[in-house]
Ligand binder design. Structure first.
Ligand code: IPM
Ligand code: MG
Length: 368
């Protein structure tokens, strides 16, 4: 079985962490009876520089044809002033929308070796294992109308639209409940039903899906502001969080920091499984973004990208054992004391992007 992968390194530290991911892919194809057909293309600012758009139709066609997309990062200050549709981020948003990747899984796991690297007290974060399930193709990210207009008196007016349909809420709720069944069997549904109509609809629909299909899972409803507080007060009380596109964006950065560094966090963006072919569109992406301040210096933490590959092995290829192998190799090098700058602690071994991967490859060799 050969898996077709499209690699989209993108901008900033994206290419640096993607090179390391290629090395680890090489290890798996050499040692684990897995074969990959790998293509690579441009996305984001680099695509704009080359083609004048952050995502070309050709790239989109490749992404649709691939079994999975591995994505690096997009964006940088040099593209911030571009017209809205040309901005680097639009490349990523087009991939999400056109591939209908409505379910974004963002696990926040605190590795034991890193419990002192978090800005929170170790007892608050040690053993933390939570999963944010973020709706990714709806809400205020895509709602119409949107835009900036000039009013009669010369002042300007901006509008974005937060919108959800019952179908959109139900399908993301199902993903969250199904995943909760494989974990702690608890779902916290997060919205602002005290001030937003979308919040009321969200709460009602999640409750309905729960009552009719998942009564065995414990469901609570939390207002988004309160959830932000619970995440830093008692994060271990949470298991699966299901929330909309914007709240999920914000809360997942907050959850990332609990784990020590956003440089550690992987994500998976999944579409609906085709009932006939079993094919499921999927994109895997480190949560950290392009980090232009450290780009090009070999300092980036490759772990988020490598753990995204582990998610790809698990969710797209059903290679759970291989996913565990990679995750354990990461755990192993952290326990050995290897640290990139973002998670550096006194007495540990400082590693650059390539050195960290070298250590992980060595750990894989040892485990295999
Ligand atoms: C994320 C990022 C993106 C988002 C940006 C790059 C468009 O912050 O994946 O969390 O806002 O969704
Ligand atoms: Mg974000």
């Amino acid at each position: 079985m050969t898996y077709n992968l499209l690699l989209l390194p993108g901008d900033g530290i994206g290419p640096e962490v993607m090179i390391e991911t290629r090395r680890v892919l090489g290890w798996f194809s050499q040692n684990r009876n897995l074969s990959f057909a790998i293509e690579e293309d441009l996305v984001g600012g680099i695509s704009y520089e080359t083609h004048g758009v952050p995502a070309t139709d050709q790239m989109m066609a490749k992404a649709k044809a691939a079994d999975a997309v591995l994505f690096g990062a997009v964006g940088g200050p040099q593209w911030d002033k571009l017209p809205f549709e040309k901005r680097a981020e639009r490349g990523l948003l087009r991939l999400r929308k056109d591939l209908e990747l409505f379910a974004n899984l963002r696990p926040a796991l605190c590795f034991d070796a890193l419990k002192d690297a978090s800005s929170l007290k170790p007892e608050i974060v040690s053993g933390l294992d939570l999963l944010i399930v973020r709706e990714l193709t709806g809400g205020v990210y895509f709602g119409e109308p949107r835009g900036i207009s000039t009013l009669g008196d010369g002042s300007r007016r901006a509008v974005d639209t937060q919108v959800y349909t019952t179908g959109e809420v139900q399908r993301i709720a199902r993903v969250a409940f199904e995943l909760a069944r494989l974990r702690g069997k608890k779902v916290a549904s997060v919205e602002k039903s005290n001030v937003m109509h979308t919040g009321i609809l969200w709460r009602e629909e999640v409750q309905k899906v729960h009552d009719t299909e998942f009564p065995d899972v414990a469901l609570t409803h939390i207002l988004a502001d309160n959830c932000a507080m619970q995440l830093v007060r008692n994060p271990k009380s949470l298991d699966v969080i299901v929330t909309d596109n914007l709240f999920g964006d914000i809360l997942s950065d907050e959850a990332a920091q609990l784990t020590g560094s956003i440089g550690m966090l992987p994500s998976a963006s999944l579409g609906a499984k085709d009932p006939k072919t079993g094919r499921q569109p999927a994109l895997y992406e480190p949560v950290h973004g392009s980090a232009p301040d450290i780009a090009g210096q070999g300092l980036a933490n490759p772990i988020a990208c490598l753990l995204s590959l582990a998610m790809c092995l698990r969710y797209s290829f059903q290679r759970v054992e291989d996913a565990r192998l990679l995750e354990q190799a990461v755990e192993h090098v952290l326990a050995e004391g290897y640290r990139t700058g973002d998670i550096m602690q006194p007495g540990m071994t400082k590693a650059g992007t390539a050195e960290m991967t070298n250590a992980i490859l060595k750990a894989l060799d040892k485990a295999a």
